[in-house]
Design a protein. Structure first.
Length: 70
């Protein structure tokens, strides 16, 4: 026997929810992109000067550098 939407025990209640409008799909894709977007941290002049000093000292005294998130 072939199973269709009208077969007893089939999930006919949710059959209409399988269709997705293009507008809804575009909104879901845009939302996913927005979630994955990472904002760049804002660096101030003092941060640049601190990094410059660390790099300069490392080059002068041959220290290995390790960069972590700001």
């Amino acid at each position: 026997m072939k199973v269709t939407m009208l077969t007893p025990g089939s999930n006919i209640i949710w059959e209409s929810s399988r269709m997705m409008l293009p507008e809804h799909r575009e909104a879901l894709v845009a939302r996913k992109r927005e979630i994955l977007l990472v904002e760049k941290p804002e660096l101030y002049q003092q941060h640049f000067e601190d990094m410059e000093n660390i790099i300069h000292e490392s080059m002068e005294f041959v220290f290995p550098l390790q960069f972590n998130g700001v």
